[in-house]
Write a protein that binds this ligand. Structure first.
Ligand code: ACM
Ligand code: ZN
Length: 528
């Protein structure tokens, strides 16, 4: 008999012999430390089979921890005569055993064949990022993503909470960030206003929900770029106290926060302090991507900071600022993650985890930094940005990408923490579009995150697609059809052309005109 599991377990045998039948008489026994798995399984059995387990029969489902399992998050699942036994190295391991069992139940219903699985993740970091800055996704949608992550055995939810187009995380000490910064007058091609934000209670609820599913939450406050919404709320954050509106269109903006003024640091420290009260997993993302230095070049505060700190120029301000922010966060006990953009890597603290997305850092740069001890997460744009059109990143391309960096020293291999799939939402306004972009690519991604490289098989994954679609449809999510996910000919061309319409939101011309305006108005102030 064949059973399909996504992501593919590392070792699995299934026979044709039916050995277990789920009835209301079944016993469900949990050992200490298996509570999350227990809740997940009882919830599933009740929802799927409308059964409350009485525990008076001979069939038993047993959940326990096993010290003999040494790899963290690993588990074994054995279905034998009247017994389903799941053992985990830790509570996450047992939880993943239950996630696998749920998939077996979905295919076999009450009557299960003999199964033996021994499974462990390929990477300790298996992430998914949702951009809630461009479009606001209500907390119920966010929780649905968390359920879906758990199904794929992903364990880090990277919550991109701020963007030029919207600040979503309520900050009680700086309340205008959401009162003003959470709303834009219209969207890229739309005429309707758009907005929304998460209260502190909402964010705590999401964190608590994620913890039940063995998922850590990493909030991202993106600085010093992508901050027009913050500047709209507090113009003093910018170099020239410009009165801006929350951005309506996508594209890289030149109004970034002023990293010369001391007040900026005080403001950002207070934002991150409030953030750390809510997000208790001890990992904070500080962004750091796409930061033009145009304003800093003519800002008296930024120029003074360069002089006072003995920096070489505006390029140094970026790593200088991020290092100071990181130092503050680290002093409060959290680990810091940032995108790989900073030009002067040598100036940025090596304790900061780098999230690689573009090709600016060469493979040899990555390897050399890892060998020096810097940790990396790989979100390579052409494979793991799930907002890209299928014409550019087909399902197959996403599946077949492996973050293989040659030359990493043996004792530094664990510095490549893992992989993360990202859903940017410039052009993803709702769950319908989100589903189309993510599925089936998230399943493909999850097999790189979880399954050992030599056990991956695109052909086998392809065969699992009907079952995968069936599972995803139970979340009410959209799923790209085979011809869409693997486009050919005109469909592929169409997908690429449709994607290119984003160029209509190109900021280049606007930036050139606006930069001239700012220069005319403020040039010369740096010499005052
Ligand atoms: C990014 O895509 N700007 C991290
Ligand atoms: Zn400045």
């Amino acid at each position: 008999m064949k059973v399909h599991i996504i992501p593919e377990p590392n070792r699995i045998t299934v026979t044709d012999k039916i050995v277990f039948e789920l009835t209301g008489l079944c016993n469900l026994n949990e050992q200490k430390g298996c509570n999350k798995a227990f809740s997940e399984l009882t919830g599933f059995i009740s929802d799927e089979f409308c059964i409350e387990l009485l525990g008076t029969g001979k069939e038993e489902i047993r959940l326990s921890l096993d010290e003999a399992l040494t790899a963290s998050e690993s588990y074994t699942l054995d279905i034998t005569e009247n017994l389903i036994e799941i053992k985990g190295a830790d509570e996450a391991g047992v939880f993943y055993g239950v996630e696998t069992l749920k998939q077996i139940f979905l295919q076999c219903e009450e009557k299960l064949p003999e199964v033996h699985i021994a499974d462990a993740p390929a990477y300790s970091y298996r992430g998914f990022m949702l951009d809630c800055g461009r479009y606001f996704f209500p907390k119920e949608d966010v929780m649905k993503f968390i359920d879906i992550m758990a199904m794929h055995k992903l364990n880090h939810f990277h919550w991109h909470l701020t963007e030029d187009q919207g600040w979503r995380a309520q900050m009680l000490d700086n309340i205008l960030l959401t009162e003003i910064g959470a709303y834009r007058s219209h969207t890229n091609f739309g005429v309707k206003p758009h907005g929304g934000f998460y209260t502190k209670e909402d964010m705590k609820e999401v964190v608590e929900y994620a913890h039940k599913k063995c998922i850590k939450v990493i909030p991202e406050i993106d600085t010093p770029g992508h901050t027009v919404s913050a500047i709209a709320a507090y113009p003093e954050l910018s170099c020239f106290e410009r009165n801006l509106n929350v951005a309506t269109h996508c594209g890289v903006k030149h109004d970034v926060i002023c990293v010369g003024k001391e007040s900026t640091y005080e403001f950002m420290f207070s934002v991150f302090d409030e953030l750390m009260e809510v997000f208790t997993d001890g990992i904070i993302h500080i962004g750091g991507d796409e930061v033009p230095t145009t304003r800093w070049e003519i800002c008296p505060h930024c120029q003074k900071r360069i002089k006072d700190e003995g920096l070489k120029g505006t390029d140094d301000l970026h790593p200088y600022y991020l290092s100071k922010i990181a130092e503050h966060i680290e002093s409060k006990g959290s680990k810091v993650v940032m995108w790989n953009d900073t030009v002067k890597e040598y100036m940025t603290k090596s304790s900061i985890v780098r999230q690689l997305w573009d090709e600016e850092m060469s493979e040899s740069d990555v390897v050399s930094q890892i060998n020096k001890g810097t940790e990396f997460i790989i979100s390579f744009v052409n494979a793991y940005y799930l907002d890209l059109p299928y014409g550019q990143t087909s399902l197959k391309k996403c599946y077949e990408y492996n973050p293989c960096y040659k030359g990493i020293a043996e004792d530094k291999k664990n510095k490549l923490l893992g992989v993360e799939a990202c859903l940017w939402t410039e052009f993803v306004p709702d769950m319908k579009k989100a589903g189309y972009q993510i599925f089936p690519r998230l399943g493909a991604f999850s097999e790189t995150a979880w399954t050992e490289k030599d056990k991956k098989s695109y052909q086998r994954f392809f065969e699992k697609l009907p079952f995968y679609e069936y599972m995803i449809s139970s979340y009410g999510m959209n799923f790209a059809k085979e011809k869409e996910a693997l486009p050919k000919g005109l469909r592929k061309l169409g997908s690429l052309l449709y994607w290119e319409r984003r160029k209509l939101c190109w900021q280049g011309l606007h930036n050139i005109i606006d930069n001239n305006k700012v220069k005319r108005k403020y040039k010369g102030e740096e010499n005052k």
